[in-house]
Design a protein around this ligand. Structure first.
Ligand SMILES: [Fe+2]
Length: 247
């Protein structure tokens, strides 16, 4: 079984809680669909944990850090520049700096295993395109994205968990396996570990056993993350509210 995480966003409290929850299940591999960094106060700790995963993909925040912050607002850009300063911090041992940058530089934009596609954004644009629940009515957008996959695709990026099928959108059920067989082609958004935006502040991830997905929600101490964020002026404080409300 795989545990599929995404959008950790440098929130190590949320990541640790999710990883602890993972240990309660029969999980062989942990994967991350991108955005290990950005917004949050603990990028280095999150990278250090993510490098132990089977694989991580390049999210738009890693892409912004390595290349250009395309489409980033001022707040997100400042967080990226602060993240860069942490990665290059003079107190960090040179070999750690090197392998963290190598880890980021080696991230792939998509991964396919047993016919299952893994992306950060969408099958059409694996790094930047968003697929929100409302997009289910955009016939052309859905069709082109479904045409790029064999059966199942896992994605993140919107921070909103859910299932997109050729017949419609299905809201996630928490903690109960949802069978993918019979759904036809399906794009599963695994939600966000470190910054959920679907009204539930708990860390979100998905278990996948090859046939079913189970959406998991894990409580964590977001006040610890918020307290840490308040010590970093470069991180925008509007995120404080977002972590508390999950919106
Ligand atoms: Fe994200």
């Amino acid at each position: 079984m795989k545990a599929i995480l995404s959008d950790i966003h440098a929130n190590v409290e949320a990541l640790r809680a999710a990883l602890e929850d993972v240990t309660k299940h029969d999980v062989d591999d942990i994967v991350c669909l991108g955005d290990v960094i950005g917004y949050g106060p603990s990028p280095l700790q999150c990278i250090d944990l993510a490098r132990l995963f089977q694989f991580s993909l390049m999210g738009n925040h890693e892409d912004a850090l390595l290349f250009k912050p395309l489409g980033f607002n001022e707040k997100a850009r400042r967080a990226i520049e602060w993240t860069r300063s942490q990665l290059n911090h003079p107190n960090e041992p040179p070999e750690k700096k090197r392998w963290r940058w190598n880890f980021l530089g080696d991230l792939k934009r998509s991964f396919t295993e047993n016919g299952v596609v893994y992306v950060h954004g969408t099958p059409r644009d694996p790094t930047r395109e968003y697929l929100f629940p409302a997009d289910i009515t955009d016939k052309q957008k859905m069709e082109i994205n479904f045409s790029k996959i064999e059966t199942v695709c896992f994605s993140g990026h919107t921070h909103v968990s859910g299932l997109f099928t050729e017949k419609g959108y299905i809201s996630p059920v928490v903690g109960r396996p949802m069978k993918l067989k019979g759904m036809g082609k399906v794009i599963v958004n695994v939600g966000s570990v470190g910054q959920p935006r679907d009204g539930d502040p708990r860390a979100c991830y998905v278990l996948f056993d090859g046939e079913s997905v189970t959406f998991m929600r894990v409580e964590y101490d977001f006040e610890k993350t918020i307290a840490l964020m308040k010590t970093v002026p470069e991180l925008d404080q509007y995120l404080v509210k977002r972590l508390r409300t999950g919106r």
